[in-house]
Every structure is written in C-alpha cells, then in structure tokens.
Design a protein around this ligand. Sequence first.
Ligand SMILES: C[S@@+](CC[C@H](N)C(=O)[O-])C[C@H]1O[C@@H](n2cnc3c(N)ncnc32)[C@H](O)[C@@H]1O
Length: 298
Amino acid sequence: MAAEVPLALSTKPGGSYIDCNLGEGGHTEAILKSAYSVSILGIDLDYGALSRAQDRLSRWAAQLSLHHGNFADIALIARNRRFSRCDGVLFDLGVSSAQLDDPERGFSFRYDASLDMRFDPGARLTAYDIVNRWPQSKLEWIIRELGEEPRARRVAAGIVRNRRIDTTGQLAAVVSKSLNWPIRSRRHPATRTFQALRMAVNEEISNLERGLAGAVEALSRGGRLVVISYHSVEDRIVKRFMRASAEICDCPPRLPECMCDKTPTLTLLSKGVIKPRISEIRDNPRARSARMRVAERI
Ligand SMILES: C[S@@+](CC[C@H](N)C(=O)[O-])C[C@H]1O[C@@H](n2cnc3c(N)ncnc32)[C@H](O)[C@@H]1O
C-alpha cells in the first residue's frame, strides 16, 4: 500500500515520521518521495533488513535515522533519537516477503529449513524450542488463539506425538497428517500453525500493544497513526486500541453521568479498514490480506 501510506500520514515538507517496520524500506521510500525534506526514523529487529534498506535509501541518507530495536520501545527510542512529537507513525506489521522467501529463516513451509522464525536473529527463543519443548496445553493455546486454528487440539497432540521435529518441512507434514487434510486444498493446512508459532516466537501481541501505546506518546498533536495488519488477530488489537483511545468516556452505561474524566487521545480517520487496490493485489498477491487503519492524535 505504498501509494496510500503517504496520503494516510498526510506527509508534509519538513515533517518527521517513524517507520516502525522498516523492512526493505519500501514505505519509507514512498514517504521520502512524497514531500520535500522529511526526516524518518526507521526501526527493525532484523539487521539484514536494516542493511538492505540502508543501501536502497542511500540517496536520502541525510534524512534517515536507522535503529535496530523493537517497536515496543518506540516511546523511548523516539525520545533518544529526537523523534518525540513527530508528525506520523507507521506500522506495517508482521513478516516481510524477503524474510518469507529466505530459506534459511524458517518462516515458510515452502522450503525445508530449520525451525527458526525469529525477526531478530539474536533473540533467544526459536520455533524449534516451542515445537519441541512447550507443553501440549500451551501449544494448543497459541495455535488456537494466535493461529485461529479451530482444530488446535489435534495439531498440538500431533506435534507432541511426533517430537522431535527439526525442520519446517517435517512440521508441515505433521500438521497436514494431524488434520487429515486433502492434498489439493487452496490453503496449506499448516498456514495457521506457522502464523501462531511466528507470533509466539516474536511476542507479536505484547509488542503490538506496547508499540501502539508508545506511538501515541511519540506523536505530536495532529500527528497520524497508520497501521497495516495482515490477519484478524492483529487487526482486532489495532481496532480495539484505536476505538478505546478515541472514546470520550469509559463509564458503565448504567451510570447517570460520566465519572471517569477520560481524555481521548485519538480521533479515528478511517471508517472501518482501507484495503489495497485490485491492481496492487494483481501485482503482489501477498498484499491481498492487508488492512489499513488511520487515526489522528488529539
Ligand atoms: C511487513 S515487513 C515491513 C515491510 C516494509 N514496510 C517495506 O516496505 O519493505 C515487517 C518488518 O517488521 C519487522 N518487525 C516485526 N516486528 C517488529 C518489532 N516488534 N520491532 C521492530 N521491527 C519488527 C520485521 O523484521 C520485518 O522486517
């Protein structure tokens, strides 16, 4: 959604923006091209992505500040890098195409690789640890809650029964067998389990909750918060956060008058979600699940 991002951020000459998921730098490039003399702080957990983005964006080096770190710490990072009171914060959540397509990273069942799935290759926990060491009940919980797999119990039991599992290929085969899935189905049966594992390895839920709160802290009045998510688990968190931040009152409806003194911090600019154009989906089928929400700091 590179064309929509600068519009959603309402970029202006001399503005300052934080790209919380720099990745390959595609959105940052679109922001840099959209307005004269903008400055951008790009954050990513993946050193490889930061280095590729730095090469790609070398023309704008003077306007760029790159940071290896977790967007959960955005409030602190923004303060240290003199980006607090910025004009916009962008989240483009999840995994990049470069990471998915790298056979070494273990994000995809399309390649038989070791079970890794870390955004930050220096982090401790890997998918191997979860698959081979977590108790069945905890496995079942993440597969149901983070992967939205209705038959999580069968998958978790299948994994525990087939331990030890070393590679993405072995895991995909175990999940397919546990679900007794027809080989020619549209969606690979292990898709939901792989999503759950990636989210657990990278603590994506708690990072997102902390990141959204920190982003509001880092924004100036009138600054924009733009979030692109790719599945309903993350979109639900974004929707709830934005709605709660925009609410004027938290009081239970039975109270005759407001007692909470709540001050809303955001106003919602997108009614529902903004979806990618059909032409974009045609060029990049992975964009089909993207959902963008936009709010403004008040
Ligand atoms: C969908 S990609 C972003 C693609 C990017 N917008 C572009 O145009 O190339 C998501 C990126 O966010 C990074 N990431 C995921 N969780 C993160 C976190 N908590 N903190 C910082 N970076 C994170 C991943 O390493 C990945 O590079």
